[in-house]
Design a protein around this ligand. Sequence first.
Ligand code: SF4
Length: 227
Amino acid sequence: MGTPLETPDRQATEVVDRLEDEYPDSTISLRYSDRLELLIAVILSAQCTDERVNAETEHLFEKYDGPEEYAAVDEEELAEDLNSITYYNSKAGYIKSSCETILEEHDGEVPDTMDELTELSGVGRKTANVVLQHGHDVVEGIVVDTHVQRLSRRLGLTEEERPEAIEQELMEIVPEGYWQQFTHLCIDHGRAVCTARNPDCSDCVLADICPSEKGDSDIDLASGEPW
Ligand code: SF4
């Protein structure tokens, strides 16, 4: 078991420093060329890998251009275009409805506030944070996906379980200038080393400060269950 630094904010800063050295080019892995494509890619990425989304959007973004075309298409046809994506029927509905709202209420532009974004169909705080950060250069919070959720709990940064509550705690301890990068670093480390089922603690740069480290700790703090 590693020993966390004495305060949560020092622990968070140390985690960021070490992961930045480890993943200097860490960034979003979804592909898009404008804000609408970003919004659509993020809606599609719920419960689906970025790799799968990128493979599907390659064709999708060639076929459709702008909110008018998504709003005009028959929902069943759009769903068929997305059929390798999890929950593609629901997501086709979200995309079509969001584009209708964007046309009716936002002059065809993807909105730039948390309130307006979360009023779009299928857009929660996580999706809105990604669109604000990467589409508008506005950082209002921390994107908490499954990797951020798991790593933050394993590393003793939070004991909360719900993403919204985890985000609030992280915003108090992660330096504001790193709110955006914190997510990408957790995602990279979560994919490469600290995986859900079998984290490689013996090859982890955070092992000496991680209270879940498998060598000594019996418990995975992410789940609260024994390793
Ligand atoms: S890989 Fe192991 S030591 Fe590293 S952060 Fe994950 S649980 Fe902790």
